[in-house]
Design a protein around this ligand. Sequence first.
Ligand code: SOE
Length: 379
Amino acid sequence: MSKPLNIGMIGYGFMGRAHSNAYAKVSHFFDLKYHPVLKAVCARDAEKAKAFAAQWGYESVETDWKNLLKRDDIDAVDICTPNNLHREIAIAAAKAGKMVLCEKPLSMDAKEGEKMVDAVEKAGVPNMVWYNYRRVPAVMFAKNLVAAGKLGRIFHYRAKFLQDWTISADLPQGGQGLWRLDAAAAGSGVTGDLLAHCIDTALWINGSIKDVSAMTETFVKERKHNLTGKMEKVGIDDACAFLARFKNGSLATFESTRYARGHKALYTLEINGEHASIAWDLHDLHRLQWFDHRDEGPLRGWRSIHVTDGDHPYMGHWWVPGLAIGYEHSFVHQVADFLEGLAKKKPAGPTFRDALETQYVCDAVLKSAKTGKWTAVGK
Ligand code: SOE
């Protein structure tokens, strides 16, 4: 008999929907010892929160997150707010003895992240950060191939996350929907928002990064601020590219921008090893490209593996071999792994501590872009 796990979600934007959908679906497809119950959604605007609760099936509504944390019927708090609220809510939730799930990036910077890690570890509460792309079956498959040593020694790691939605200089910054353009709410621009995904996957697959050399640019220097109504300086990085050296000796390039006309959410990665290479592309998320130098000479070439068979990661839980799933399922998988981790008392990653490593890399990237120097990653 599976036990209920009562969820209290704070925020109801894009990620609020993605997480709610995952909680709603997971028990239909995964046999687990816990099942999420949509207990309460919390947002300042009561009418909007009520409408969200009705649409997604939340049992109740709160308008102050502090009240949500006081409730005995909430087991886990899910933070889907802008980044500048993560720290305060996560620390208070841990102190209240709640499990904490936090939307990425963990924090505005590593200093904040350290305090959050400290709080969840002191309280001994299960915790996780929503770096969902780890749970795309083809990405998990790539991780397993590297971990099994199939590529041999790794020489190169290459990742990009390209978008084009902020090119217009008329787009304001700040407020609901556009807080990602406001440094006070987001902490940074593409570095914390998009490269953080690439960094999380990279650290998980290829180990720690030693040092970085970065450049950033803010193409539109001033935007109207939705909260003040005035033109204000833009404090985020619109684009960022950096070189990195991993501890295992491999070299990397990372690039992200919101100014790549034509690209909406193109996350790509490629890894080149001694024996084999792999490549993945979010726009074709079921395919893993594989080149193996050990193949018979004349037949050697890139294989396009459709990662939909029953023995591919997660796929045995869905339809029948060959049928596709998509973006939303990466969140379902993350909830499934979190719940399984609870049952087995083996935390599913990325935990807050894992996600803090990504913050250290982001901080080093932003510092390097400022100083123009190679910068070591870490405290
Ligand atoms: C930004 O547009 C964004 O929504 C990110 O915040 C998400 O983390 C990414 O998965 C898609 O793009």
